[in-house]
Design a protein around this ligand. Structure first.
Ligand code: UT7
Length: 315
């Protein structure tokens, strides 16, 4: 397939590190040096599905396609306060989509997983045009009393429209199931038959172990994928890596020995927006006119599961 439109939307409320240090035992200095984050967009009076619809409309506008042209709508979303119908249906009702649609919950690598699915449906001859949206509000998963998690995240939505083409050169998905490294759990409606208590626990993360996984999964995954498709790392124009932590990105750059200018970053004013991070970055770079026809772009993301994935595209 080929990407012909991108879009993104962010909550209007911007929370700086200084604002966090007013109610948490933290500082701009700690957050900046450990993560590279200075501020993040945080959901307040908006609904995340409205931001999802805005990102989708922008991507459709850029593509020149109408909602009725879309054959499949894939939404990546970890959590929202409405469990059913899924986020794909909530957004479809707002933008007028009526194709087959479903949600995936692959955490931060959701965009790469969705690209892999889109390409697989396309190669099976089932679709011509696919819309992907990653719509995330991780700031509603963390405890705002837990300085080790809440400072890391931001919310937002990113979308991409794909059509026929030979521009996805390859994808590589990876899992290393390990369910206590990043997790949260919430209570369901009580049932008279359930005898075990539900846990209500905000996001928990073993930061250092996730850090190690992220660096290894990204460097190994990208290397294997590039070897498989026969593209040299020096021929890659842009490495769009999940914006989780600037130190993770710097370690990946060190391991891969690639000039840092080829790693666009927006973590300083977004934080980690889970699966929305890659398509938001893609859209921002695209709208700045950074991509030229023929550019090779690598996308790589990692997160809860533990899951990771990489994709290589020609622009
Ligand atoms: O989307 C994928 C999901 N997540 C990630 O990619 C996250 C991967 N991990 C990381 O980014 C880093 O591990 C963190 C940024 C989460 C943490 O950085 P770290 O260098 O691994 O710090 P640490 O967790 O080892 O904590 C060091 C110290 C601790 O204090 P003590 O025990 O040494 O006294 C923490 O309590 O820093 C303390 N700390 C803080 N201090 C000020 C933790 N959070 C904060 C904070 N402000 N916000």
């Amino acid at each position: 397939m080929r990407i012909i439109g991108t879009g993104s939307a962010l909550p209007k409320k911007i929370v700086t590190n200084e604002m966090l240090s007013q109610f948490l035992d933290t500082s701009d200095e700690w957050i900046t040096t450990r993560t590279g984050i200075k501020s993040r967009h945080v959901i307040s009076d908006e609904k995340i599905e409205d931001l999802g619809a805005e990102a989708v409309r922008k991507a459709l506008d850029m593509s020149g396609l109408k909602p009725s042209d879309i054959d499949l709508f894939i939404v990546s979303n970890v959590i929202t306060n409405q469990d059913t119908p899924g986020m794909s249906c909530l957004v479809a009702a707002k933008v007028g989509l009526s194709c087959p649609m479903f949600d995936i919950n692959c955490a931060c690598p959701g965009f790469v997983y969705a690209l892999d699915m889109a390409e697989t449906y396309y190669k099976a001859g089932k679709v011509k045009n696919v819309l992907i949206a990653c719509i995330e509000e991780p700031t509603r998963m963390t405890s705002w009393e837990d300085r080790s998690t809440c400072v890391l995240f931001g919310d937002g939505a990113g979308a991409a429209v794909l059509t026929e083409g030979d521009n996805i050169k390859g994808t590589k998905l990876h899992s290393q199931p390990d369910v206590d490294k990043i997790w949260m759990s919430r209570k369901l409606v009580p049932s008279p038959y359930v005898t075990t208590p539900d846990l209500e626990v905000p996001l928990q993360m073993k930061g250092r172990e996730v850090f190690r996984f992220a660096v290894e999964a990204c460097t190994n995954g990208v290397k294997r994928l590039l070897d498989e498709v026969g593209i040299k790392k020096d021929d890659v124009s842009w490495f769009m890596v999940h914006q989780a932590n600037k130190r993770i990105i710097d370690s990946i750059i060190d391991f891969m020995q690639v000039p840092s200018e080829r790693f666009p970053v927006n973590i300083h004013d977004h934080g980690n927006s889970s699966s929305a991070s890659c398509p938001i970055l893609l859209d921002e770079c695209n709208r700045k006119g950074m991509f030229k026809e023929g550019d090779i772009i690598v996308l790589s993301a990692f997160g809860a599961g533990l899951l990771s994935g990489a994709a290589v595209l020609e622009w």
